[in-house]
Ligand binder design. Structure first.
Ligand SMILES: [Cu+2]
Length: 406
């Protein structure tokens, strides 16, 4: 009888473990020495979550990827010297006990561990961050993204939602380096919480995925995609400033989700404001090839003044479902740079018919001309100087090349 009870208990214990679909382990800690590198080469102290004890702290902390409906367990081990930490799941509908608001839930003391259990609700974009002395700890770097995808496919916004070819996620924040010094960031645990926060917040660094200025060039934040592809950009703002995004018109941006929920009606927008704590989902579908950038303005909520602007490159290239042949081997395009006439010649005097299309950096068509034969001359002297994409489109093949008009 007693043995039976033990077996029953064992069975139920094992069963309840089996019901966890995903387990995440996070270590909350503080840099032992300044090592988070800013674009100007300076290094500062950060607090953050890592997946390994020795892992360097990055901002944002690792993205947590979940599937809708999964049962999740997040284990946190607090290795910071001094202050307790929590994981608050911003925007996710989890119960109070597991929501990481210290007074309503629990905080994890130094050298202690704690676990959060929840069933993942709606697909969408969310934020996790520390809710202990949160003004300081969030500024210190204790934040990351939570991305919830539908069970059926990773390339679907939600069940029966939009499908996409590529996905990007940007988390914006700021850094005031005056807060990232040992005396402030390495503060002892203090139940009065904010009494040591004596500094005004005057950020000097404005980040997209922890990067700014030249750090963003050729970075993983850059939007690279093909003409005709659907690209999904997830946006989340964990800073204290508002963000205004300016999308190139050629991306045909459509806002489809807000704060982890599908919008009742999607809308086209070349600008979008994202306030602290907010998340948005934006779909792009470029129907031409271009190089441009998305502009991110950071504005103070007190003054509404834009205090900084960052640019992230956009490179729409290639084709979906159409084979691309290197233009240099099949057609000659000269001169380049050009100023009044652009000549296009097919190799070996091949006879072709089709049309030539030129698009500017915004992806707008500026010239389209039909041709047939082995040569075509384009009159381009009305076009402004700048970079253009020239496409030669024939019945069964097409070529493209960048052209500079001076
Ligand atoms: Cu904390």
């Amino acid at each position: 009888m007693r043995l039976g009870i033990i077996f029953c208990l064992l069975f139920f214990t094992m069963n309840s473990f089996a019901q966890i679909d995903t387990t995440v382990s996070l270590v909350s800690k503080i840099d032992a020495f300044p090592q988070f590198e800013l674009y100007d080469g300076n290094q500062i102290y950060m607090m953050g979550y890592t997946t390994t004890i020795g892992g360097a702290i990055k901002a944002p902390s690792p993205t947590l990827n979940f599937k809708e409906g999964d049962s999740v367990r997040i284990d946190m081990w607090n290795l910071s010297q001094g202050p307790p930490h929590t994981i608050h799941l911003h925007g996710l509908d989890v119960n109070q006990e597991n929501d990481g608001v210290p007074a309503l839930s629990f905080a994890v003391e130094h050298d202690d561990t704690g676990s959060y259990f929840f069933k993942v609700p709606h697909p969408g974009t969310y934020i996790y961050h520390c809710h202990e002395t949160s003004v300081l700890h969030v500024q210190a770097g204790m934040y990351g993204l939570v991305i919830v995808r539908p069970q059926s496919a990773d390339t679907l916004t939600w069940e029966n939602g939009y499908s996409f070819h590529r996905e990007y996620a940007w988390m914006t924040s700021e850094i005031d380096t005056n807060w990232h010094v040992d005396s402030i960031i390495n503060h002892p645990h203090d139940t009065t919480a904010t009494t040591h926060l004596i500094l005004d917040y005057n950020p000097q660094h404005f980040l997209v995925n922890g990067m700014s200025e030249h750090q963003l060039d050729n970075s993983s934040a850059e939007i690279v995609g093909g003409e005709g592809e659907t690209i999904y950009l997830r946006l989340a703002n964990i800073g204290n400033y508002g963000n205004t995004y300016l999308f190139p018109a050629g991306l045909n941006a459509v806002v489809i989700a807000s704060d982890g929920r599908p919008l009742p009606a999607s809308f086209s927008a070349d600008t979008l404001e994202v306030l602290p704590g907010e998340r948005y989902g934006v779909l792009f579908e470029a129907n031409s090839q271009f190089l441009d950038s998305i502009q991110v303005d950071y504005f103070s909520l007190n003054t509404q003044e834009v205090e900084n602007t960052q640019y992230v490159n956009v490179d729409i290239n290639g084709y979906v479902g159409v084979s691309e042949i290197n233009i240099e081997s099949r057609v000659l395009m000269y001169p380049n740079p050009a100023s009044s006439v652009l000549n296009i010649e097919f190799e070996n005097d091949e006879q072709e018919s089709g049309f030539v299309r030129m698009t500017n950096m915004l992806g707008q068509n500026v010239l389209e001309q039909k041709f047939s034969g082995s040569k075509v001359a384009l009159n381009i002297n009305t076009l402004k100087s700048g970079m253009y994409t020239v496409q030669v489109i024939c019945e069964n093949r097409q070529w493209r090349q960048q052209l500079i008009i001076n």
